[in-house]
Design a protein around this ligand. Structure first.
Ligand SMILES: Nc1ncnc2c1ncn2[C@@H]1O[C@H](COP(=O)(O)OP(=O)(O)OP(=O)(O)O)[C@@H](O)[C@H]1O
Ligand SMILES: [Mg+2]
Length: 205
């Protein structure tokens, strides 16, 4: 799916956070959204994910040049964001099983395990409640949740938060591999991640 957005503005009360923001990304591209703290990166990603309504402007997802209805494109999104959580009493496997089932998918445990392994988690960790995980391990589960249903659009807000160096390298490989088959949007302030962008959208205060 191709993403296009135009004339986006968002106000919270009298406060204007986004003003006339435009952008686009096609399958095979990474769009990086960057800008200082509070410039509206997370707000923009929430609007692109259909979780927040813009005060003005349009977001569309297109397939073969045709804009899709929201029910359609919403199913093909994968989202990882600081304010989206996983269920802490459940194991990593149970979380993935839950998130795939609410999307109407039933994937074999082997496939779920393969995604967790891809994120660098070890077999021994799959059945522990994730509340026992470190914050970096938890971030890996959240990334697995975003990828497990093989989405056509990936919206990643600060995807490397809490990741170590190895985790950061892994994330880069994942984003580069995912770009081959999907449209990827990354909100970040990390210059190494800004460099992943085929397009860069800089938000200002
Ligand atoms: N629900 C809300 N109600 C009121 N103000 C909000 C709300 N959500 C965000 N804001 C405000 O909008 C501005 C942009 O916030 P946002 O989280 O989008 O910034 P950001 O660029 O993601 O920042 P950071 O780099 O810290 O993650 C901030 O000033 C924030 O206080
Ligand atoms: Mg943010």
């Amino acid at each position: 799916m191709e993403l296009r957005f135009s004339g986006l503005s968002k106000r919270f009360g009298r406060r204007a956070v986004l003003r006339n923001v435009n952008g686009a990304a096609k399958p095979g591209e990474v769009l990086v959204v960057t800008g200082p703290n509070g410039s509206g990166k997370s707000t923009l990603l929430n609007i692109l994910g259909g979780l927040l309504r813009p005060s003005q402007g349009e977001v569309s997802y297109l397939a073969n040049g045709r804009a899709l209805p929201k029910e359609e494109w919403h199913r093909h999104l994968g989202v990882c964001a600081p304010d989206l959580s996983v269920y802490e009493e459940l194991s990593a496997m149970e979380n993935l099983r839950f998130f795939t089932q609410v999307r109407g998918l039933r994937l074999p445990d082997k496939e779920l395990a393969a995604v967790l392994e891809q994120l660098g988690l070890k077999g021994a960790d799959f059945s522990r409640p994730v509340k026992q995980f470190s914050s970096g391990m938890l971030q890996r589960v959240k990334l697995a949740q975003a990828l497990v249903h093989r989405p056509e659009v990936l919206l990643l807000d600060e995807p490397s938060s809490n990741l170590d160096e190895a985790g950061h390298r892994l994330l880069k490989e994942l984003v580069m591999a995912w770009r081959e088959r999907a449209t990827v949007v990354v909100a970040t302030n990390d210059p190494r991640e800004v460099a992943w962008g085929d397009r860069v959208l800089e938000l200002a205060h």
